[in-house]
Design a binder for this molecule. Structure first.
Ligand SMILES: Cc1cc2nc3c(=O)[nH]c(=O)nc-3n(C[C@H](O)[C@H](O)[C@H](O)COP(=O)(O)OP(=O)(O)OC[C@H]3O[C@@H](n4cnc5c(N)ncnc54)[C@H](O)[C@@H]3O)c2cc1C
Length: 404
């Protein structure tokens, strides 16, 4: 016997995008179901969890969910730079705690959270528009009817694929990471490690979580490189390459693996009765492949727009379009600029990376953060591209503006 439910809004995927969408929609007073295939929210961690304290505050995420970062260290085969800020602007999230907090915020507003609910297909009406989803729940088949569906399934994009609107991402990042207990940790310093020995198309990282815990990982761009990030991670830890050596003795706590889209903002994200958000919409900063703050921010926009459309009685593409307008206005040009820097970085040889670090050395902490966040405000970039004392820095920022 199948279980059948009726909701105004069904959100598929209990990651940061889905929980945030469910929260915002419930706040507007519609009846929401949040569906997650795993046994609990954030059972599997697929991310390193670096984000920005300004965004954490804006979202209301509690202080015990993150470790603040003040120093940004980079190393290439023969160069090293540390940019030290006076205040902490970056953070490494306790991912499980944060994602559970987001889902709990939604539940507090009356969202029904269904875990162990793996959605596999869509229900369509006579016009071929989505009007619900089906899958397997803890007791067998489940059927959810709804006026709007939000696809927040992340990389797999299960719902929009089942609708036939998209196919698999072609360009993406694959990342492997060990959460480890380390002997010596500088808990307010992150490390990004670049060059062939770390990753031929990407980078490796050390992100401290507070206490003696660090996340050490390797990210590899696909299809640019066929290196297996898990294999490479094991190798760099075994060889104790670069700053890994300074960590002393290491003991594994947990292994993480994930994929993140890197196809730019190529997808249309609203259809009749359907919104895509977070990784399923490709909303990620390609420079360092970070998407959590976009997932939360645009998740909330998606939930609000969906709820308003439901209340108005019209949930067609046009009624949902303000969601797409909102996020494109906010990030499209920044993501395009970040894509240009990423293309430059992916092509660098070890010697060129050594020189690139000399350019990064010239940046003030706030310039560096704007850059790595892909927060390319045009006036800032013009200022840097015209007035920075170093020619190499001016060239880098001219690239962001689209000039050679
Ligand atoms: C290795 C790696 C490191 C990263 N590091 C960072 C970082 O440091 N900072 C940062 O900001 N971003 C980082 N990212 C990106 C970030 O993790 C994503 O952008 C973010 O998680 C997107 O959130 P989401 O909610 O869209 O998707 P997800 O977090 O992937 O959540 C999707 C949820 O949907 C569930 N789901 C999937 N399919 C179904 C289904 N059929 N039925 C029911 N439930 C389903 C999944 O179980 C999951 O809980 C990293 C990504 C990778 C791969």
């Amino acid at each position: 016997m199948s279980e059948e439910y009726d909701y105004d809004l069904v959100v598929v995927g209990g990651g940061p995008a889905g929980s945030s969408a469910a929260f915002a929609a419930a706040k507007k007073g519609v009846k929401v179901a949040l569906l997650e295939k795993e046994n609990s929210i954030a059972e599997t961690v697929r991310t390193s969890g670096v984000t920005w304290i300004q965004n954490i505050k804006e979202f209301g995420i509690p202080d015990d969910c993150f470790n603040p970062i003040k120093k940004f260290s980079f190393c290439s085969p023969n160069n090293e730079v540390t940019i030290s800020d006076t205040v902490s602007r970056a953070a490494v999230l306790d991912v499980r705690k944060t994602y559970r907090w987001l889902a709990n915020e939604a539940e507090q507003l009356g969202v029904d959270v269904f875990v162990k609910t793996n959605i596999k297909n869509v229900i369509k009406n006579e016009s071929d528009d989505i009007v619900g989803v089906t899958g397997i729940g803890p007791n067998g088949e489940v059927i959810f009817h709804s006026k709007v569906v939000i696809d927040a399934t992340g990389f797999p994009s299960t719902i929009c694929k089942a609708m036939g609107f998209v196919s698999q991402w072609e360009r993406f990042g694959a990342g492997a990471e060990y959460e480890m207990k380390a002997e010596h940790v500088d808990s307010d310093t992150w490390w990004l490690m670049v060059g062939q020995q770390y990753s031929p198309a990407g980078y490796a990282w050390i992100f401290p979580l507070g206490g003696n815990i660090v996340r050490i990982g390797v990210g590899v761009g696909k299809p640019e490189s066929n290196v297996d990030p898990t294999q490479r991670l094991k190798e760099i830890i075994e060889k104790k390459l670069g700053p890994i050596k300074k960590l002393g003795e290491l003991k594994e706590v947990e292994f993480h693996y994930g994929l993140i889209p890197n196809d730019g903002l190529s997808r249309k994200t609203v259809f009749n009765n359907l919104i895509l958000v977070g990784d399923s919409a490709g909303q990620a900063n390609p420079l360092v492949l970070e998407g959590i703050r976009y997932a939360i921010k645009f998740g909330r926009v998606a939930g609000k727009v969906a709820a308003e459309a439901i209340k108005s009685g019209n949930t067609d593409e046009e009624s949902l379009f303000s969601y797409e307008e909102n996020w494109r206005k906010e990030i499209e040009s920044k993501i395009n600029s970040a894509g240009k820097v990423q293309d430059r970085w992916i092509g660098l040889t070890d010697e060129e990376w050594d020189k690139e670090l000399d350019i990064i050395k010239e940046l003030k902490p706030e310039e560096f953060i704007d850059f790595i966040k892909a927060d390319f405000g045009l006036s800032n970039m013009i200022k840097l591209a015209t007035h920075h004392p170093k020619l190499a820095v001016r060239q880098l920022f001219n690239l962001v503006k689209g000039k050679k």
